[in-house]
Design a protein around this ligand. Structure first.
Ligand code: XUL
Ligand code: CO
Length: 433
């Protein structure tokens, strides 16, 4: 154990009336809900980048967080991993996620960067052996270095496509080696700043071919995890090709990948796209491409991807309801793609941000599970659509526009509007949250 988190106890479940800050009030990993332990339902993960690699900058100011492991040497990278696994232990985290660039220093050449990556991956593998936390997903940072400024797979320069391919290959190898359950692609620079200099059709075609190559490579190396695309409409690019779940689904269909690739849905990204988090989850589930979530909350006023820790359980319950309704996670999980505020300097802030986030999710999850288990909402929904169970309605779907029209005259149909009962359902919802 390093001394970064010294004096911080391991966090345990102490119930809603716990007096210590360092306690779970709602997250009880061993509590069985709907036939499964909460830990196995929620599958929490820590994001390496926000917690251990982010210096606290914003567009107007630089580093505020002082961490003893900041720097570019392999020794510091190992120290960072030590502190990370200390935190996973304190929180009892079952999973973590990382980009290559979060964990290893950049080398002077691709070969050196790869050597650094492989060395740190071996070290992370040793840490995983000795600790509980395992890898939920690996990914490549194809957005921070200046070589990616005009895109990775969508770059006008084919040499950058090659560099992106080499980078993703290395990180898929790393993810396989660490037993990662998913591999994520988020295309922060896969988009454009201005259409004036952009061949949109070519860029989209290259992105599609790249993703096909990723899937081909997955089979070649025997990676049995899930390939996930993380939609986001913009930021850093003005427009990103993986705008939202609907756009990604169209893209996957276009390139024959809808059975191969699923989505990692982030709350803040959904908000930026003008959707609710639960909308994106429900849509992905209905299309058979729901994979995993990045859990955070956006500031509703700033319009930025603020990546804050969730603290509104009533809001998150809507998301967990859709996840449970979809049958829960398979390889996916709840990754806290969330960062403390830049004024939150203390080691305690980092731990307690996660404690609060986990408790918020657990509380949301339990409310959603209880409502789903009661069947009350699903019965109301089914009753609203009951008319579609009749043979006449089914025959109409199998028939034509004319046969439907003929029914109107033959049966003298005059549909009578019925209440949508929204407020009654909202009251029902409030009974559970
Ligand atoms: C950026 C974002 C990324 C992805 C992984 O908005 O969410 O951190 O989750 O690259
Ligand atoms: Co994310």
């Amino acid at each position: 154990m390093t001394d970064f988190f010294k004096n911080i106890p391991a966090i345990t479940y102490q119930g809603a009336n716990a007096t210590s800050e360092f306690a779970f009030r709602h997250y009880n990993p061993d509590e069985v809900v709907l036939g499964k332990r909460m830990e196995d339902h929620l599958r929490f993960a820590v994001a390496y980048w926000h917690s251990f690699a982010w210096p606290g900058g914003d567009p107007f100011g630089g580093q505020t967080l002082d961490r003893p492991w900041f720097g570019d040497t392999m020794d510091l990278a190992r120290q960072k991993a030590d502190v990370a696994f200390d935190m996973f232990d304190i929180l009892g985290q079952p999973f973590y996620c990382f980009h290559d660039a979060d964990a290893r220093p950049e080398g002077a050449s691709f070969a050196e960067t790869l050597r650094n990556l492989n060395e740190i991956v071996d070290y992370l593998g040793e840490k995983q052996q000795a600790h509980k936390a395992k890898l939920l997903w690996g990914t490549s940072n194809l957005f921070s270095h200046r070589r990616w400024m005009s895109g990775a797979a969508t770059n006008p320069d084919p040499d950058v496509y090659a560099y992106a391919a080499a980078t993703v290959k290395a990180n898929m190898d790393a993810t396989l080696k660490l037993g990662g359950q998913n591999y994520v692609l988020w295309g922060g620079r896969e988009g454009y700043e201005t259409l004036l200099n952009t061949d949109l059709a070519a860029e989209r075609a290259h992105a599609g071919r790249f993703l096909q190559q990723v899937v081909e490579y997955k089979y070649k190396i025997g990676f049995t995890g899930t390939i996930l695309i993380e939609p986001k409409p913009q930021e850093p690019s003005k427009h990103q090709y993986d705008y939202d779940v609907a756009t990604v689904y169209g893209f996957l269909k276009d390139f024959g990948l809808e059975a191969e690739v699923k989505v990692n849905i982030e709350q803040g990204h959904a908000i930026l796209a003008g959707h609710s988090f639960e909308h994106e989850i429900a849509l992905a589930a209905s299309l058979g491409i729901f994979g995993s979530i990045d859990m955070n909350r956006n500031d509703y006023q700033s319009g930025w991807d603020t990546d804050q820790f969730p603290n509104n359980h009533a809001e998150k319950a809507l998301a967990f309801y859709e996840i449970l309704r979809a049958g829960g996670y398979t390889t996916g999980g709840t990754n806290f793609d969330a960062k403390i505020r830049r004024q939150s300097l203390d080691p305690e802030d980092l731990i307690l941000a996660h404690v609060g986030g986990m408790d918020t999710c657990a509380r949301a999850f339990k409310a959603a599970a209880a409502l789903l288990d009661s069947g009350e909402l699903e019965q109301a929904r089914a009753a609203r659509y009951a008319g579609w169970q009749t043979p006449a309605a089914q025959a109409m779907l199998a028939g034509s526009l004319e046969s439907a029209a003929a029914r109107v005259t033959a049966e003298g149909l005059e549909p009578q509007p019925k209440s949508g009962r929204q407020e009654r359902l909202e009251n029902l919802w409030n009974k559970y949250v």
